[in-house]
Design a protein around this ligand. Structure first.
Ligand SMILES: *[C@@H]1O[C@H](CO)[C@@H](O)[C@H](O)[C@H]1NC(C)=O
Length: 323
């Protein structure tokens, strides 16, 4: 590397996921199918929310932002995973490796704050309903999204600055199918004990703390919902259980990837696949299939598409329609 003094390594080796051809074909189909689902599902949520004025509320705008981040997060690793499956020599350049790590942590950081923002939105709606419209307006929503991006970038940069200057001179094998801080740091030819602690604290303890904070918040909201037994109860339960599922699916793999002191390759691979491939495809499914407003919006949208394609110049407006 030109900018890194004394370092001779300018590429790393990634781990192969499958040895046998049968397994390679199976994983190829599995990842391709899921990645297609991730792209279609999340784009679908984003377009539905953007084009349906019924869904221009903070809850759905945050959801659309989460979809965007899910799409981004899986795009940092999944296309590379798919293209690496059949190649014998899984070399990744130093630069690509650094870029991959950086974006994984920007996206991961944004997703983490967005999940907090979504919990805060539900807390306000359920526990302080009279103040909801004054607290959670579109301005607040924009503020939350901007904060999420700023924190995401700070989170990534604060680990990146240490790693970019590390001397890499010997081992090249990352031991995983993607580049991430904990694995890449171990390849540096110096004592990285302190740095490993920085990464564990920054990615691991923060995700662990956020996870417990969110779970406690949702338990608090659920208790509040139970106290005001109204007809909104079941709707709130459905929404909250969807949020809790997403929180568990996102944070449990994170905690295992960054905090678990005895990592094994198979466990790493399993949790990374959950975080990059399974969770991003489940989010759209969980939110759309269990949400009445989302389903109504989907019906409206498909009707609009049918109408506008069958009548030339058909109006895109069914605001007064009864559904
Ligand atoms: C994300 O949030 C911002 C700010 O509220 C909003 O303007 C934008 O449309 C959202 N993004 C998507 C993809 O919906």
């Amino acid at each position: 590397m030109d900018q890194v003094n004394g370092s001779v390594v300018n590429e790393f080796l990634l781990l192969g996921l499958a040895q046998s051809l049968g397994m390679q074909v199976f994983l190829f189909l599995f990842f391709s199918l899921f990645y297609a689902g991730i792209i279609l599902g999340n784009l679908f949520i984003m377009f539905t929310v953007i084009f349906d004025s019924h869904l221009h509320s903070p809850m759905y705008i945050l959801l659309a932002n989460l979809s965007f981040i899910d799409l981004g997060l899986s795009s940092t690793t999944v296309p590379r995973m798919i293209s690496d499956l059949f190649s014998d020599c899984k070399i990744i350049s130093f630069h690509s490796c650094m870029i991959q790590m950086f974006f994984i942590h920007v996206m991961g950081g944004v997703e983490m704050i967005l999940l907090i923002a979504m919990a805060y939105d539900r807390y306000t709606a359920i526990c302080r309903p009279l103040h909801y419209l004054t607290i959670m307006n579109l301005k607040m929503c924009m503020l939350l999204v901007m904060t999420a991006w700023i924190i995401g970038v700070i989170h990534a940069v604060s680990q990146f600055v240490f790693v970019i200057n590390l001397p890499f001179c010997g081992p090249k094998n990352v031991g995983s199918f993607y580049c991430d801080f904990p694995r890449v740091i171990k390849l540096a030819c110096m004592d990285t004990y302190r740095l490993e602690f920085v990464v564990t604290a920054n990615s691991g303890f923060i995700s662990m703390g956020t996870f417990f904070f969110l779970i406690v918040s949702y338990i608090f909201i659920l208790i509040t919902v139970r106290q005001h037994s109204s007809k909104d109860l079941s709707k709130a339960f459905i929404t909250l259980s969807a949020h809790i599922t997403v929180v568990v699916l996102f944070f449990v793999p994170c905690m295992f990837l960054y905090v678990w002191p005895f990592p094994t390759k198979s466990m790493d691979t399993f949790f990374a696949i959950v975080d990059f491939v399974v969770t991003p495809v489940l989010n759209p499914a969980i939110y759309t299939l269990r949400n009445r407003d989302m389903k109504a919006a989907m019906r409206r949208l498909s009707r609009q598409v049918v109408i506008s394609s069958s009548y030339e110049g058909g109006r895109w407006n069914d605001e007064n329609e009864v559904y």
